[in-house]
Design a protein around this ligand. Structure first.
Ligand SMILES: NC(=O)c1ccc[n+]([C@@H]2O[C@H](COP(=O)([O-])OP(=O)(O)OC[C@H]3O[C@@H](n4cnc5c(N)ncnc54)[C@H](OP(=O)(O)O)[C@@H]3O)[C@@H](O)[C@H]2O)c1
Length: 273
């Protein structure tokens, strides 16, 4: 049985992946900011670590505990993340920085903290929850997409750097999935939008996010299955696109002229198609 650390385990993908790993009998360290929010996982014998990924000391402490208790870590699922949706011009710099501090620097802190242990063992997996937004961007998700594009740029380099050291680096790319994520990402968007030029587009975007789409995957299952495969299969893939939209968009982006892409997205968001 293996030893894993799942960040962002209090809800959504991280939570459901931790449950699957626990059911398979692995030793699973789970983290989020508040231990209380992972009580159900503790009852399933998960080892709970309160970690805010923006705090270096929390991460160092978590890794020290894993090192001391297990002497090894077979896989990190760097999953903690959130979105701040809204128009590029309208999101305060401070909010953009906070989002990068979790989505990008939080992942950086975790990766840098666990790699020495994995390099020493000449074994280990770093699985990163990226997104379709690591490839594609649309109205309303600009700064979130920027954070996920940053992860993609980093993970390809890391994958090459540690390939000869026995460490595998794997990206998980879900499209839209109903978790707590959507509510958090749209929170305060309309109230924040003071600029008349963007108010209708912001309302359309929020409506669009609420609208059922042919792409929307009802559950976290396909993504969780991919995460478990990435962490445990003898030969994991380098990238898992876990929903229909996540598989289709990169192909569309490759072949569609930008003007067509923009026109389709704008029509979709404003409800014209
Ligand atoms: N749902 C989607 O449509 C979708 C699509 C593509 C990618 N993703 C990515 O999937 C990952 C998980 O999202 P989800 O959909 O499962 O959303 P979720 O249910 O909101 O889960 C987000 C998790 O991240 C944790 N988190 C947020 N800020 C944190 C911080 N500063 N320190 C530590 N943990 C923090 C949350 O824990 P606490 O708030 O309890 O601390 C929570 O456990 C994210 O990286 C997200 O970008 C989601």
């Amino acid at each position: 049985m293996s030893v894993f650390w799942v960040t962002g385990a209090s809800s959504g993908f991280g939570h459901d992946c931790a449950v699957e790993l626990l059911k398979k009998g692995h030793t699973v360290y789970v983290s989020a900011r508040n231990a209380e929010s992972m009580k159900d996982l503790a009852q399933m014998c998960a080892k709970v670590l309160p970690v805010d990924v923006t705090k270096e000391e929390d991460i160092q402490q978590a890794v020290a505990v894993i090192q001391q208790e297990q002497g090894r870590l077979d896989g990190l699922l760097a999953n903690a993340g959130y979105g701040v949706y809204g128009m590029v011009e309208s999101i305060p710099i401070n909010d953009i920085q906070k989002q990068f501090d979790v989505n990008v620097f939080g992942v950086a802190r975790c990766i840098q903290a666990v790699l020495p242990m994995m390099r020493q063992a000449r074994s280990g997996r770093i699985v990163i929850t990226e997104s379709l937004a690591a490839h594609a961007s649309t109205v309303g998700i600009g700064w979130y997409a920027a954070s996920k594009h940053a992860l993609r740029g980093m993970h390809v380099a890391l994958r090459q750097e540690v390939a000869a050291l026995g460490v595998k680096v794997i990206a998980i790319e879900p499209g839209r999935v109903k978790t707590r994520f959507g509510n958090v990402a749209c929170e305060g968007l309309l109230e924040r939008e003071k600029e008349a030029d963007y108010q209708q587009l912001s309302r359309d975007f929020v409506d669009y996010m609420d609208r059922p789409t042919m792409w929307r995957t009802a559950t976290t299952q396909s993504t969780v299955d991919a995460m478990v495969h990435a962490l445990t299969a003898p030969k994991p893939h380098t990238v898992y696109r876990t929903t229909k939209d996540a598989r289709l968009f990169p192909i569309l982006l490759k072949w569609l002229p930008d003007a067509w892409y923009d026109s389709i997205i704008l029509k979709k968001i404003t409800g014209q198609i």
